[in-house]
Design a protein around this ligand. Structure first.
Ligand code: GAL
Length: 901
């Protein structure tokens, strides 16, 4: 048995301690190291000799993952282990990276107590200094330190990193497997303040500060006039810390030889009557799950990217983060303290793959693994214990249940009784303080909210994979309603699409992995490049800290959570666009009033003017009226001529206003979304079975009297059921009104994807203006972020670039739209409809596996719908709520098409 297939988590490392900002000298070893990769673990450790000639090796940056730098490839699995499950043994094929770096120890380090610190290495590292072995460690997202006091002058550090080790059984998180030294390596002189533990509580205007440290030290907080010593409790009036008002006080803990700077936030977490409280007030966690991810660097996330994440969260009304499923880079927690985010800090633990063996041999309940479990928790808590933003410790994720988890909880409670313990896998709540679930349907969340018990939260809900998630507003309404519900965390923050030379963004399988979980890794609120997806914009609306609503003629402002000073702005608009404020009160027709609450002053996370909340009111609504027309259909040599329309002898549209515009056909399918494909909905399977993707249209009758009437039967091969579709064209102003009557022929109990007609247009009509909801996409249970107004875009601009192509880009509640070329020639559509325009068909969209496979065709496809199936969150969780189900029923709708020149 080797160290890499042993239950022991490490050998030779120092006791875990807080990561401190200290005056002690530090030397970063980040930069280019010498590197070589071997395919197996058991290769001669020749390179540890300081005299070893590594000139033939390449270099690799630290911090980085080697598969992102041309050595081997990333590998994605969700639940399954990518190797045979025989704990604690890793597979024989075990990519092993040897690293070497020479460094000069600065004179000021010499003769002092010096430690070598690794912030994160995946998954197992063995370390030598000047040919002498220091030990080894596992725990990929956890720090490890070695004592290197004997170092002098010139030194050679050699590190061997194995991709797989016994610890891999404990690190089965749903993410890319990405080996390497991916966080910083430093040398630090140790003074007497090796560890400091700040206890800063708050009650009724008073903060109590007590600092424990490894040596007696002076404690000062100048702003509060505190000068004390470690071990003394001091109570003074303070402003408390909260995510909304992250008040921090600078403190210094000092001995003669070392001083440590701390940012102290006073706050007390407690539970009373089943409610999670911070500073005596119920806390409303409006959260997201954040994995560390960067499309180029994987989990070696640059600091600017961490700041970007925090700013994006704050600007989208997110106030809480679960660090799924491991402690993040420590700098991220500093940012959470600073900018204000409630944090559930989660231990680096997941053994999900044991589910396939009915949890047999699951490490969580096997005694040999107890040490590793408690060690992981200890290293988490000790490193992060001084962060006010952390209000809950989480034992890990999806590791079922067992005595080892209970032992982690017991150790944690003893060490830090100030924070409650979270772990979703403890369904019976035997060793946790909050009840946690993932993906519980709305009805169940509602029921739990009404039952008495310990505080409840959804550590994961609303799976943000592809188009969606649907149903956000309804979830958040439940969180708002029930005091027992502390809130929830959307799964997840960002798509883990790795930048790829062929696919643009890669997901599972794109590196030829023999076993993988496809695009399940691409399920975030941000696209891989951190562009917000429509889901994040919806979440911002759902998480608004103030709710604006109109009651009669009054605007009601309901402050759900503390907010910075706000200013209110309004605009009014009608069907033609934005009206000048002077034009209030509302004019005739449809006039909309939009009120926006924006920051009155600059905040650290957004400038004055940043929108926090909004509401829109529609004081008057104009019904859609079809204008009268005088044209009649005329028989021609080729078929019919009717106003601006030319039809063939089958009554099928051939041109309109001189442009090649084709006939409308019934469409009941959509390119499946990830949620349609998911187990929670299984809609894609149903639609395939019904043949909705290959409907055929049979002409039954054409008649031309005052109107042109075309009767068709639409049905799929192999099926008796179908739909009778009548398209009736009538003169309307300068254009034609198209009335579509749809009548099911047979029983259609299952949901359909949409109820629409699609017609081909010339490619050059790609300038789009519409009055309706926008600017982004909206489906029946999404699009919270959209408001009614006049919007302009292009066909390309209307596509939402989901990493795996799928239904997208629909604009809802459209009253009129124009599609023109750049000279204004084209088509206007009036009515009340959903609008989708693409350069490809639904079939093309469904067939593409990556964005860049979507190739524009010769024309455009315009889809006018009167209904879509809800989106839901069935890719992981429940499908759309029943009220968003679309079935085929007898329907008629009318739109007016008018040529534009
Ligand atoms: C959860 C899990 C997450 C992720 C998610 C689906 O069960 O905790 O890590 O896999 O499902 O994307």
């Amino acid at each position: 048995m080797s160290y890499y297939d042993d239950f022991a988590p490490h050998e030779g490392i120092r006791a875990p301690r807080a990561l401190l900002h200290t005056s002690a000298p530090r030397l970063s070893l980040d930069g280019d190291w010498r590197f070589r990769l071997s395919p197996v673990a058991d290769v001669p450790a020749d390179f540890v000799d300081p005299e070893f000639d590594d000139s033939a090796w390449g270099t690799l940056a630290v911090p980085a993952h080697w598969p992102r730098h041309g050595h081997g490839t990333p590998w994605y699995t969700n639940v399954v282990y990518p190797f045979p499950v025989d704990p604690p043994h890793p597979p024989e094929e075990n990519p092993t990276g040897d690293y070497r770096i020479g460094f000069d120890l600065p004179a000021e380090f010499t003769g002092r107590h010096v430690v070598l610190r690794f912030e994160g290495v995946e998954s197992c590292a063995r370390v030598w200094l000047n040919g002498t072995e220091l030990g080894f460690f596992t725990g990929s997202r956890l720090p490890a330190e070695f004592d290197v006091t004997p170092a002098r002058g010139r030194n050679v550090l050699a590190v061997r990193v194995h991709q797989w080790s016994a610890a891999s059984y404990l690190e089965d998180q749903d993410q890319w497997w990405l080996p390497g030294i991916f966080r910083s390596v430093t040398l630090e002189v140790r003074g007497d303040l090796d560890d400091v533990f700040v206890h800063a509580s708050y009650s009724d205007g008073q903060g109590t500060l007590l600092v424990d440290a490894s040596a007696r030290a002076a404690v000062s907080v100048p702003e509060l006039g505190i000068t004390a010593f470690t071990g003394d409790a001091v109570t003074v009036p303070v402003e408390p810390w909260s995510a909304e008002r992250p008040r921090l006080y600078d403190a210094v803990v000092a001995t003669d030889s070392e001083s440590v700077r701390l940012r102290v936030g006073f706050r007390t977490v407690s539970i009373a009557d089943g409610v999670l409280l911070v500073n005596g007030e119920p806390v409303a966690l409006r959260g997201v799950n954040r994995h560390e991810f960067h499309p180029d660097h994987g989990r070696a996330v640059p600091r600017e990217t961490m700041i970007e994440d925090v700013l994006l969260m704050k600007r989208h009304n997110v106030n809480a983060v679960r660090t799924s499923h491991y402690p993040p880079h420590p700098a991220f927690l500093d940012l959470c303290d600073e900018y204000g985010l409630w944090v559930i800090d989660e231990c680096d633990l997941e053994t999900h793959g044991f589910t396939f063996s009915g949890w047999e041999k699951n490490p969580s309940d096997v005694a040999e693994w107890r040490g590793s479990y408690v060690d992981r928790m200890r290293r988490t808590v000790e490193r992060d214990k001084n962060h006010p933003s952390i209000i809950l410790w989480s034992l890990g994720n999806e590791s079922h249940t067992g005595a080892n988890l209970a032992a982690m909880a017991e150790w944690t409670r003893e060490r830090d009784p100030s924070r409650p313990i979270h772990y979703e896998g403890d369904a019976a709540c035997e060793y946790v303080d909050v009840y946690s679930r993932m993906y519980a349907p709305h009805a169940e969340v509602d029921r739990i909210g009404q039952e008495p018990g310990i505080p409840f939260l959804q550590c994961e809900y609303a799976h943000a994979m592809g188009n969606g998630p649907g149903g956000l507003a309804e979830y958040v309404a439940l969180f708002d309603r029930h005091p027992r519900i502390a809130g929830g965390f959307v799964w997840e923050w960002i798509d883990h699409g790795l930048r790829h030379p062929v696919h643009e963004y890669a997901y599972g399988g794109d590196y030829g992995e023999p076993i993988h979980d496809g695009n399940f890794v691409v399920d975030g609120l941000l696209f891989p490049d951190r562009t917000p997806s429509p889901g994040l914009l919806d979440l911002k609306k759902a998480y608004e800290p103030v709710r604006l609503s109109f009651v009669d003629d009054r605007l009601v402002v309901d402050e759900l959570r503390p907010v910075p000073p706000l200013r209110f702005e309004w605009t009014a608009g009608d069907r033609s666009g934005v009206l000048d404020s002077a034009e209030l009160p509302p004019v005739d027709g449809e006039t909309w009033l939009t009120v926006r609450a924006v920051l009155a002053e600059d905040q650290p996370w957004a400038p004055a003017g940043h929108e926090v909340a909004w509401a829109q009111r529609r004081p008057s609504e104009a019904p859609f009226v079809v204008p009268a027309g005088i044209d009649r259909p005329q028989q021609t040599d080729h078929g019919f001529s009717f106003g601006p329309g030319e039809f063939d002898r089958f009554g099928r549209l051939r041109s309109f206003g001189g442009l090649a515009i084709g006939p409308p056909h019934l469409a009941l399918w959509r390119a499946p979304t990830d949620n349609d494909r998911g187990e929670g909905a299984r809609l894609h399977d149903t639609w395939q079975a019904l043949g909705l993707h290959r409907l055929t249209h049979r002409l039954d009758e054409v008649s031309a009297a005052g109107t042109l009437v075309v009767r068709e039967r639409t049905a799929a091969p192999a099926w008796q059921r179908g739909a009778r579709v009548t398209c009736e064209w009538a003169s309307a102003g300068d254009g034609l009104a198209l009335t579509v009557h749809v009548e099911p022929d047979g029983e259609w109990p299952e949901p359909i994807a949409k109820l629409a007609v699609t017609l081909p247009l010339p490619a050059e009509l790609d300038q789009v203006t519409w009055f309706g909801r926008g600017p982004g996409e909206a489906y029946p249970d999404t699009g919270l972020a959209t408001w009614v107004g006049r919007f302009e875009s292009t066909v390309d601009g209307m596509q939402t670039p989901y990493v795996r192509p799928q239904e997208n880009g629909r604009r809802a509640d459209v009253r009129w739209a124009t599609l023109t070329d750049t000279l204004g020639r084209g088509l206007r559509v009036d009515g009340q409809f959903g609008l989708t325009v693409r350069r490809w068909t639904d079939a093309d969209l469904a067939a593409a596996t990556h964005r860049n496979e979507l190739v524009p065709g010769d024309g455009l496809w315009l889809t006018i719908d009167v209904g879509h199936q809800g989106i839901g969150t069935g890719s992981c969780g429940p499908g759309a709520l029943p009220e968003y189900t679309l079935t085929l029923r007898k329907t008629s709708f009318t739109v007016v098409l008018t040529p534009l020149s």
